[in-house]
Design a protein around this ligand. Structure first.
Ligand code: SAH
Ligand code: SF4
Length: 368
């Protein structure tokens, strides 16, 4: 049984070629699935009955099962999806006046073990499949359409989700082979049709894979920086020991040769007394000096057992001011969906209680 959500645009074309069908059939089916969000081949009324019967027999359209669906007071909505074996992953919808953003997950757990991240604390479980990654977007669009909240762009015929950020659970570049086909579907005109600047991939800095992404499918890039120097970053983001800051900054510059935006977004989580002092801001200005960038300061979201505290608001604003004065566009992330734990770093798929596994040796390394 072929899950059609697992197939990239090329994969779908090959699948239909193997069935002896013309390429336009693949595009037609793609539009039914990824633009009209149908979950049943029978609903594809413009396909000849024999093809529909064949697809009904051999193919399926299956997104991960929803365990929980919660909406916060501010409209932020979180889906908890079953990832099997007691694991779950989350996707978060963030409504704004002019856009609908979906934050999606790429792995159940994460092996990279950043010191301040609750996903990291649960260890690595497994990579999501392309179908499970795409399924989050498919399900969110389908559900939001069904629920029919008023959104001007939906009235104009566009899908509820206009922007996708890979900032949920997991390190997307450590699941490259499943993530890239998903990105291709997000961009494809016969699927989600999003422009490359409306799709953002966030990475903790897997340098060789940043280069591959630039060549294969350059979307907007966000890099989790969190520290201006190697000593501190080694502690907060352990992958830094393998790919230190000089290497990472060089990769960002190379990425910008092909990126859909002319800047990289650096994410910087504000940890009280750890990385939020004026000296850190000063060092940060130096560190990013030759990378066209924007900075996004993220108030730390505490979770049970976390060893850090959130920087006081005044310190975050002072840090922001210092960067702005040095000419770096710096925003402070607004906290959304507080009452449903939907914020960055809180996505922990809380259905499990497992011994954490650290598989840092399994982080794939590619030849340059
Ligand atoms: N693995 C990728 C993408 C997922 S994490 C990455 O690390 O970039 C998305 C963002 O949330 C990252 O910038 C991450 O550092 C940040 N984050 C993780 N835990 C957090 C927490 N407890 N509070 C605030 N931000 C957090
Ligand atoms: Fe993994 Fe990102 Fe969390 Fe680090 S911050 S442990 S890379 S999900």
């Amino acid at each position: 049984m072929q899950n059609l959500l697992d197939l990239s645009p090329d994969g779908l074309a090959q699948h239909f070629a193997a069935l002896g069908e013309k390429p336009f059939r693949a595009r037609q089916v793609s539009r039914w699935i990824h633009q009209r969000f149908v979950g049943d081949v029978d609903a594809m009324t413009d396909l000849a009955r024999p093809l529909r019967e064949r697809l009904a027999r051999d193919a399926s359209i299956v997104a991960p099962a929803v365990i929980r669906d919660t909406t916060a007071a501010d409209g932020t909505r979180k889906w908890l999806f079953d990832a099997g074996n007691g694991n779950a992953v989350e996707a978060v919808f963030i409504p704004e006046d002019d856009r609908g953003t979906l934050c999606i997950s790429s792995q159940a757990g994460c092996a990279l073990d950043c010191a301040f991240c609750s996903t990291g604390k649960q260890g690595f479980n497994r990579n999501l499949t392309t179908g499970e990654i795409v399924g989050q977007l498919w399900h969110a669009n389908r559900t939001l359409l069904r629920d029919g909240a008023p959104r001007p762009w939906v009235d104009a015929g566009r899908a509820p989700i206009t922007n996708v950020v890979m900032m949920g659970m997991g390190e997307p570049l450590a699941n490259y082979d499943a993530v890239v086909p998903a990105l291709r579907l997000f961009l494809d005109d016969n699927a989600y049709g999003l422009s490359r600047r409306r799709v953002t991939l966030s990475t903790s800095g897997l340098v060789p894979w940043i280069d591959r992404l630039r060549d294969d499918c350059p979307v907007a890039l966000a890099v989790s920086l969190h520290a201006p120097d190697d000593a501190l970053r080694d502690r907060l983001v352990p992958i830094n020991r393998r790919h230190p800051l000089d290497e990472l900054m060089a990769a960002c510059r190379r990425y910008l040769e092909r990126a859909p935006r002319d800047f990289v977004t650096f994410e910087y989580v504000m940890l009280d007394g750890v990385n939020d002092q004026p000296s850190h801001a000063e060092a940060l200005v130096e560190r990013v000096a030759d990378v066209p960038c924007k900075l996004n300061l993220i108030p730390f979201n505490p979770f049970p057992g976390s060893e850090f505290r959130t920087s006081p608001r005044e310190r975050v604003l002072a840090f922001q001011r210092q960067l702005m004065d040095a000419g770096i566009v710096t925003t402070v992330r607004r906290t959304r969906g507080d009452d449903i734990d939907a914020a960055c770093g809180q996505l922990a798929g809380q259905v499990q209680d497992r011994t954490k596994r650290r598989l840092s040796t399994r982080i794939p390394v590619v030849a340059r």
